[in-house]
Structure formats: structure tokens, C-alpha cells
Design a protein around this ligand. Structure first.
Ligand code: NAD
Length: 415
């Protein structure tokens, strides 16, 4: 079978929710296309004086519920299809978390680790300028994603504000706290995942039992999951990044692994673990598997070898529809990305609210509001799942699409 691209995965996921939806076909047809996709070619002057043309995109999927919202990814494999799929997943995710947003996403086809800091700044400013007609507090609010961070958000917002000639703190989120960022944004995606996982374990009677986890991806999301998940009694026994992984059945010490990475080591050469590959980690003997790197890593080729009975999708789109069916048939539960990793965009929304009002919240307020919102979203989706006897992803799509279509019906189809 030919490999599905991420947008085809999204279309299939919508089709799988269709039998449980009570909505007119025309709205589904609208959701099956992005509203607009901007493609840019950026001439990047390198420090040695040569010029490289870098391709970038910003996709707007749907804005029935509010401004487009979604991260910007820097990665050598970024494509128009990937960015478009990610923007569609953002529409579903924002509706799942009951946020006043639609779905957007950006991507730049580049290997950021090959650039100097000055080159990265020039590229980031050029990208923010190229998409400026697409962005703004009430239009489209970008944020960090793979290989972008608060420093890059700072260059984005500075470029935007200087060109517009005004201060506009909520036109980007994921900023450093010293530049209008929110407390609690740094680990929000992983923390939100922890709250969702805690509620899932409560429902299936495993909360409080000694459980093990493997985490694929050791960036912002994966490493913060490692830091936090001990709070709900989970021992992380395997972790990996793009260069490989490490396994220790007694558990990996978070502080020691981070110190090892900071001193120039890699996850794979961590001395307190046994070396494993980026693929082997997915088949680890653990209770919980946490993909936290890129999409399409669980496929029909490896899903049958997954031993974990709970898969928490902190990455976007890590499980293909065929893999999800295999996992389901084998008795595993997939907690889908649109719910599991919605903590990041939820705290981005909190940052957006704080920037608009000038009223900045304590970290405890951010954590409490995040917990309340995601626990509620989880239980509503859990009820839909039980009512129709469907998978969690189908239930999340039923809830999200119903909400988006309700807003679209009120608006009417115009122009
Ligand atoms: P990041 O750039 O901080 O980290 C990505 C990590 O993945 C790195 O450790 C990298 O080495 C690793 N990686 C890349 N290819 C790999 C491979 N083949 N095997 C194992 N590891 C590999 O990115 P991030 O912000 O942590 O995002 C990770 C995932 O979470 C992405 O799918 C992203 O879309 C999703 N996500 C992020 C946020 C957020 O707030 N940052 C929010 C929602 C979803």
C-alpha cells in the first residue's frame, strides 16, 4: 500500500468520524480543503555571502471559531502537504480544547542546525515579513513547533511590530516570559498530556499503579514529559532523539540525562542505559508509549510489534490510520494528538488573553486553568467514546467537528 501523506491521513480521520456526526455534507467538504495556503521563497544571505533560496508556507485551514492558530516548524522535510495537514489538525485541536481559534500552521524547509545564529535570525525575520499579510492578533497567531523556540518567536514579533509600527503583544505566542510570554508555556504541552493521561488512567483503573513509559523525541515536548510524568507515578525507562535512544529497565534519571546532553552527549550515548535505535524504542516493553517527535512513525509495518497498551500522542500525527486500527485490534488505546498535546495551544491561548488584557497570571493559575480545561475535554470525549463504542480519536473528531460546523451554520455559506 502506498504511503499516505499527512493530509490524506487527516481526510481518512474525518471519514472515520462521519458515521457518528449529524452534519451536512457541504460542511465536511469545506473542512476537507484548506481555506488558503501561502507559499514563499526566501532568499537567505549566508554569512559567507552566498545566497540560498529557502521555501516556506503558512496554511489557513478554517477560521469559523476564531483567528487561525498554530506553530511554525523548521525542518528539512517540511512540505506543503505536511503544513496543510498540520493546520487541519489545529482546527480539530482548538475545537477539542474549546479554544476561540481556527487552525493554521507554518513551515520552513531548512535544517536550522546548519545555520549560524545570525543566519537563523535573518531567515526568521524574512519569514515573518513574508507572511505578515497572513498574520495578526485577530487574523492568525503563530507559535513554536519543531526546531523553533522562544528566541525565534522574539525575532518574529519584533519584525512584525517594527513593520506595523505598533506594539501588538498577542500577534505571536510562545514568547519568552521577559517579552510578554506566559508563565507555564515552556512545558505546557507535556503538562497538558500528563493531565489527560492521568484522567485516562483513572478511567481504566491504573492510576497510582507502578507504570513504565518510553518517549520517542527528546526536544521540548519529550524532555518535559520525562521531567513531569513521575508526578503521576510513571517511570520513564526509554528515551530517544534523532540520533538514537537509551533504555534502562530501572528508569532513566531526568536530571542526569539532561546534564549528559548539556555536556555535549547524546541520548544514545548516555552511560546509564543500553543503546537502542529510533525504531526499537517504539517496540519497547512498557505500559505507555509516548511518540513526541514527528508524524507517521507508527505504521502498519511496526504497529503489530508495539507492546504498550496506552499510546499518548504528544507528537502531531504519529500514528497512521492503518496502524491505529492494528493497535486497536490488539487492545491498545491511542490517546489522540488533538487531545493529548492540546496543552501547548491552550497555554498559548492563555498567553494571548494575557497579552490582550495586560493582566499577567501566576504559574499556579496557568496550571489550574490548564488542568480544568483538559480534564473537562477528556471526560466529554470519553463519554462520546462510550456512547458510540468508538475510538478516542473518532470521539474527539465528533466533538470538534460538531462544534466547528455549528459555528459555520450560524455564519452561513458566504461569499
Ligand atoms: P523539538 O524541536 O523541541 O524536538 C523534536 C525532537 O524530536 C528532537 O529531540 C529531535 O532530535 C527528535 N527527533 C527528530 N526526529 C526523530 C526521530 N526520527 N526519532 C526520534 N526523535 C527524533 O520539537 P517539539 O516542540 O518537542 O515537538 C515535538 C512534537 O510535538 C512535534 O510533532 C510537534 O508538532 C508536537 N507538538 C509540539 C508542541 C509544542 O508546544 N512545542 C505542541 C503540540 C505538539
Amino acid at each position: 500500500m502506498a504511503k499516505m501523506n499527512p493530509f490524506e491521513m487527516f481526510l481518512k480521520q474525518v471519514d472515520e468520524a462521519m458515521p457518528y456526526l449529524n452534519v451536512e455534507q457541504e460542511y465536511i467538504d469545506i473542512l476537507k480543503e484548506p481555506k488558503e495556503v501561502l507559499e514563499v521563497a526566501i532568499p537567505l544571505k549566508l554569512d559567507d555571502g552566498t545566497v540560498q533560496i529557502v521555501k516556506g508556507w503558512r496554511a489557513h485551514h478554517n477560521n469559523a471559531l476564531g483567528p487561525y492558530k498554530g506553530g511554525v516548524r523548521y525542518h528539512p522535510n517540511v512540505s506543503r502537504e505536511e503544513v496543510t495537514a498540520l493546520s487541519a489538525w489545529m482546527s480539530i485541536k482548538c475545537a477539542t480544547a474549546m479554544l476561540p481559534y481556527g487552525g493554521g500552521k507554518g513551515g520552513v524547509r531548512v535544517s536550522p542546525h546548519d545555520l549560524t545564529k545570525n543566519e537563523l535570525e535573518r531567515l526568521s525575520r524574512a519569514y515573518a515579513m513574508s507572511i505578515i499579510r497572513f498574520t495578526g492578533t485577530d487574523i492568525d497567531v503563530p507559535a513554536p513547533d519543531v526546531y523553533t523556540d522562544p528566541q525565534i518567536m522574539s525575532w518574529f514579533i519584533d519584525t512584525y511590530e517594527k513593520i506595523k509600527g505598533r506594539n501588538e503583544p498577542s500577534c505571536y505566542t510562545g514568547k519568552p516570559v521577559g517579552l510578554g510570554g506566559s508563565l507555564g508555556r515552556g512545558d505546557a504541552t507535556s503538562r497538558g498530556g500528563m493531565y489527560v493521561l492521568r484522567e485516562a488512567l483513572r478511567e481504566i483503573g491504573l492510576l497510582g499503579k507502578p507504570l513504565t513509559a518510553a518517549i520517542q523525541g527528546f526536544g521540548n515536548v519529550g524532555s518535559n514529559a520525562h521531567k513531569l510524568f513521575g508526578e503521576i507515578g510513571i517511570t520513564v525507562v526509554a528515551a530517544s532523539d534523532s540520533k538514537g535512544g537509551t533504555y534502562n529497565p530501572k528508569g532513566l534519571d531526568y536530571a542526569a540525562l539532561i546534564a549528559h546532553k548539556k555536556s555535549g552527549g547524546t541520548v544514545a550515548d548516555y552511560p546509564e542505559g543500553e543503546r537502542i535505535t529510533t525504531d526499537e524504542i517504539l517496540e519497547s516493553q512498557v505500559d505507555i508509549l509516548i511518540p513526541a517527535a514527528l508524524e507517521g512513525v507508527l505504521t502498519e509495518a511496526n504497529a503489530g510489534k508495539v507492546k504498550a497498551k496506552t499510546i499518548l500522542e504528544l507528537a502531531n500525527g504519529p500514528t497512521t490510520p492503518a496502524a491505529e486500527q492494528i493497535l486497536h485490534d490488539n487492545g491498545a488505546m491511542v490517546i489522540p494528538d488533538v487531545l493529548a498535546n492540546s496543552g501547548g495551544v491552550t497555554v498559548s491561548c492563555f498567553e494571548w488573553i494575557q497579552g490582550r488584557s495586560g493582566d499577567y497570571w501566576s504559574e499556579k493559575t496557568v496550571h489550574d486553568k490548564l488542568d480544568e480545561r483538559l480534564s473537562m475535554a477528556f471526560h466529554e470525549i470519553w463519554e462520546i467514546r462510550k456512547q458510540h463504542k468508538i475510538r478516542m480519536r473518532q470521539a474527539a473528531y465528533v466533538r470538534a467537528i460538531s462544534r466547528i460546523v455549528l459555528a459555520m451554520r450560524f455564519r452561513g455559506i458566504w461569499p
